[in-house]
Every structure is written in structure tokens, then in C-alpha cells.
Design a protein around this ligand. Structure first.
Ligand code: PMP
Ligand code: GLN
Length: 381
């Protein structure tokens, strides 16, 4: 049968490609973003207990009440926003599902969604499947800040959504209070929905606070804010995330969610509800935990010929490899995994129009031993 593909630009994701190449070449895998250490023991115990206690059938579609309640408590304590766990919080199967559901629930065929390049790779296919169009605005290099004038210029009567991501993958850039004020001003009196991907909300460095859209009362009224327990609790394979949005937006979001997955893995919901209540210190201490890793990784790479960009948040280090090889980032990442024994992620796949930067993304959510093994190889180049 001849398939008329709906997604002609989509192939296998760069994350899968690089993880497979890392396996093939026995390279240290600093590509796909996942910790190589375990989730907290208390969380694993709680998951096992939940299964033993019979939490093995469908959970409520919107998420269990105890987990939604804990998410509401965290949202109020961290961001000062009181959200109704019954109508404004929805548990999803990872942030990926939440992002897809948010886009499918609000964006119509022919409409436009503004995304910032380099943009996380799941955004555009979700937009295209609605028959809508992603309007790409490049972030300013090397700060990866948003040029708000370009946003103003890009808005048309068809603009339905602006998708922001802070801390940003792959650069680690974070939005400031001023950025949020500008976003609020630009979207005021429009029908534009803000989709805020905040999966790295607890990984912000140097004493800075995460400027969640949920802190901004005006913006929060038009926003769907997405997060992921995979990042916060070192369990990317469990695929549990959530979306917080005002009741009317959440109602639309839930219409899609209930037919996309209906509900999320029940035992994990019980486990997260338990650990959020018993050990909030875990996420409060996450900035220090990852800052130590960031600083260690940077110190290990200091003698190398890579130039290290600043990392204000997230768990990725961008490195400029132009002193080592003069080739594009796809070629360099292939050479590095095959010849240098380290897998990283090139930025080109996250751009509509790749700017030709000589930058590679390296994940430092890794044990000391993994970081040391990678650094030893990287310092030889
Ligand atoms: N958004 C961003 C920016 C991400 O980096 C990731 C995962 N690395 C996701 C969304 C997806 O999160 P999840 O694994 O919970 O689906
Ligand atoms: N979000 C992860 C990253 O940025 C990858 C997730 C995936 O492989 N889909 O590395």
C-alpha cells in the first residue's frame, strides 16, 4: 500500500539514533537525557507497595485525588498560586502526552503556534497533526534568550498558541520575570494560549528561582503549564507528568487526555503522592544536587579544547567544538561517537533553519564515574 505520510519530515528521533549509536560503538552515552542513577529508594518502595496493595486497575482518568492534591499543594507552596486539584490539575503519561494533549485540545487546522528554536522535538509533529503550522523564531545565540520584537512581528490573526520552555532544553536558558511580563503584555486581550513546558522546573542554578508561568497571575489565566516527574525523581522511564491550567482550559485538555491515554500508570501515582507528601525536601534539594554535577562536569572538561557555554538550568551542557573540528554538528556528533567514544546530541534537529553553530549537547545527569569516563575521552580530543 502506498502511504501518504502525514509527517513527511519525521524520522527516528535524534535521541533514539544517538542512544543506538552509543550502544553500537560502546561509547559513553551523554546524548539522550536520562539519569544513570536510581530514583529515591523510598519512591521505589512506594511503587512496589502500591502494586502489592492492589493499585493495579485503572486510575481515575484525571489522576488520583491524592496525587492531584499534592501537586496543588506544591504549586501553592512554590509559586504562590492556589489551584483547584479537582478542576485544574491533570495527571498525564509523561510531559510528552501533556504537550500533545494541550496542542490537540486548543489548536485548530490552519492556525499558528509560535515555537522557539532550538525547540524540543515533539512540539512540531503535534502541531502538524492538527493541520496547524509551527512558526519558528530562533533564540539569540549564545544566550538563547527570546527576541520579543520578533515575537511581536510574528503574531498574526491566526496565532493560537505560544510555546515556551524554561529551563530550556537544550541550552539551559531560563525565562526572567521581565520575559513573563512581556509575554503577558503581548498576549493581553488576545485568544492566544500559552503552553509552558517546565519539565526542568526544579533544576535552576546559582540561587536563582524558577520563574514559573504559574507565578504570574495574568499569564496563568491563559496558560497550560506542563511538568514531568521523570526529571524530578530520576525516573524518565516511568513516564508520569502533569498539566496545570485554569478550569475551562483543563476541561478542554481533559477531553483529549481521556481518549489519548485515559489514565496514567496507577501504582506510580500512588508512589508520587506518597513521596511528595513525605519528602518535599527531595525537589527542594534538586538544584544543589544538580549544581554539584554541573560544576563537577565543567571542572572535568576545563582542560579540554571544548568551550563551555553557561548553564543556568536543566541538566545539559552545551559545548562549542570549533577548536577541535570544522564540520557541522551532525557530522561532529557521528565522529565523536565513532572515534571519540562519547555520544552527544547535535542541535540541528531542533531547528527549522539550522544556524550552523558548532555546538553539541552533553547530558550531565550522570554518576561521577560516567562523567569521569566521558571527560577522559573528551579531554584527549
Ligand atoms: N519537554 C522537554 C523540554 C524535555 O526535555 C522532555 C524530556 N526530556 C519532555 C518534554 C518530555 O518529558 P517526559 O519524558 O515526561 O514525557
Ligand atoms: N527529553 C529527552 C532529551 O532531551 C529525550 C526524551 C526522548 O528520548 N524522547 O534528551
Amino acid at each position: 500500500m502506498n502511504i501518504d505520510t502525514k509527517l513527511p519530515k519525521v524520522g527516528t528521533t535524534i535521541f533514539s539514533v544517538m542512544s543506538q549509536l552509543a550502544l553500537d560503538h560502546r561509547a559513553v552515552n551523554l546524548g539522550q537525557g536520562f539519569p544513570d542513577f536510581e530514583p529515591p529508594q523510598a519512591l521505589r518502595d512506594a511503587l512496589t507497595r502500591a502494586m502489592a496493595e492492589g493499585k493495579n486497575q485503572y486510575a481515575p482518568g484525571i489522576g488520583t485525588a491524592p496525587l492531584r492534591e499534592q501537586i496543588a499543594i506544591k504549586t501553592q507552596q512554590l509559586y504562590g498560586r492556589r489551584v483547584d486539584s479537582a478542576t485544574e490539575v491533570t495527571v498525564t503519561s509523561g510531559a510528552t502526552e501533556a504537550l500533545f494533549a494541550a496542542i490537540a485540545a486548543t489548536v485548530r487546522a490552519g492556525e499558528e503556534v509560535i515555537v522557539f528554536d532550538p525547540a524540543y522535538d515533539s512540539y512540531e509533529p503535534a502541531i502538524e497533526l492538527q493541520g496547524a503550522r509551527a512558526v519558528h523564531i530562533p533564540l539569540t545565540v549564545p544566550s538563547f534568550a527570546i527576541d520579543w520584537q520578533r515575537v511581536r512581528d510574528a503574531i498574526t490573526p491566526s496565532t493560537r498558541m505560544i510555546l515556551v520552555n524554561s529551563p530550556h532544553n537544550p541550552s539551559g536558558a531560563v525565562l526572567s520575570c521581565d520575559d513573563l511580563d512581556t509575554l503577558a503584555e503581548i498576549t493581553r486581550d488576545t485568544g492566544i494560549v500559552v503552553l509552558s513546558d517546565e519539565v526542568y522546573e526544579h533544576i535552576v542554578y546559582d540561587g536563582a528561582r524558577h520563574e514559573s508561568v504559574l507565578r504570574h497571575p495574568e499569564l496563568a489565566e491563559r496558560s497550560i503549564v506542563v511538568s514531568s516527574f521523570g526529571k524530578t525523581y530520576h525516573c524518565t522511564g516511568w513516564k508520569v507528568g502533569y498539566a496545570v491550567a485554569p478550569a475551562a482550559l483543563s476541561a478542554e485538555f481533559r477531553k483529549v487526555h481521556q481518549y489519548l491515554t485515559f489514565c496514567t500508570f496507577h501504582p506510580a501515582q500512588a508512589a508520587f503522592a506518597e513521596i511528595l507528601a513525605s519528602d518535599p525536601a527531595h525537589y527542594l534539594e534538586l538544584p544543589d544536587f544538580y549544581q554539584a554535577k554541573r560544576d563537577r562536569f565543567r571542572a572535568l572538561l576545563a582542560p579540554s579544547r571544548f568551550k563551555l557555554l553557561d548553564v543556568p538550568g536543566g541538566y545539559f551542557q552545551l559545548v562549542d567544538y570549533s577548536a577541535i573540528r570544522d564540520e557541522d554538528d551532525i557530522a561532529f556528533s557521528r565522529w565523536l561517537v565513532e572515534q571519540g567514544g562519547v555520544a552527544g546530541i547535535p542541535l540541528t534537529p531542533f531547528y527549522e533553519k539550522p544556524p550552523g553553530t558548532r555546538l553539541l549537547r552533553l547530558c550531565f545527569a550522570k554518576s561521577d564515574a560516567t562523567m569521569a569516563a566521558a571527560a577522559e575521552r573528551l579531554c584527549q580530543l
